[in-house]
Design a protein around this ligand. Structure first.
Ligand code: ZN
Length: 187
């Protein structure tokens, strides 16, 4: 059982576009791609740094876990994710150490990777994510999927403009949707 690397550090923000003023413009990290993760009701920007990534996460509704986190605690670091070579073994070892897990079994995420979260109660207050690539979904394929997503975003949404412009367009559209939902008489 081995921890391979930090895969990503997720930071919850209320405005990805404004956050990029620091992470992209001032600090100088590259923005590899942006995607809307509908299953998690959020838009995510990926900024690689060496073998790891900073992931900026902006919730797209007010009811998701991330949205509630943002409302309660404000913007900031949300979780740290380690890539492991064997997630079941890692989770078994953690249980032996009486570490409280949020997921008793790994769930399957994008690209076929297995994911599990460790409860902050057991980690000194930090939400920790573990992930393992499945043998059927090697790193190469994962990269291909990501590259494809990038191209789809470029073709379908951005049409020649930069990713930054895509975020602005997307946010304006989303804000409109949020506003109209708020004023709706329906519960
Ligand atoms: Zn994560």
């Amino acid at each position: 059982m081995a921890i391979k690397r930090i895969d990503h550090i997720a930071i919850v923000v209320d405005d990805i576009d404004a956050s990029l003023n620091f992470w992209q413009d001032a600090l100088g990290l590259g923005l590899s791609h942006i995607e809307e993760v509908t299953g998690q009701a959020s838009i995510v920007a990926f900024l690689p740094s060496g073998e790891s990534e900073v992931e900026l996460v902006e919730p797209t509704n007010r009811t998701s876990g991330v949205a509630k986190y943002l409302a309660k605690r404000g913007p900031g670091m949300h979780h740290i994710c380690f890539e492991v070579d064997d997630i079941h073994e890692t989770m078994g070892k953690l249980k032996l150490h009486n570490v409280q897990l949020i997921d008793e079994e790994p769930t399957i995420g994008t690209g076929g990777k297995k994911i599990a979260f460790i409860h902050p109660k057991s980690t000194g207050g930090v939400l920790v994510e573990l992930y393992e690539l499945t043998p059927e979904e090697p790193q190469r394929r994962y990269r291909l999927i990501r590259r494809m997503q990038r191209r789809l975003v470029a073709r379908g949404f951005v049409a020649g403009a930069g990713l930054r412009e895509f975020v602005r367009t997307w946010r304006n559209h989303n804000r409109g949707a949020r506003t109209s939902r708020q004023t709706s008489p329906l519960p």
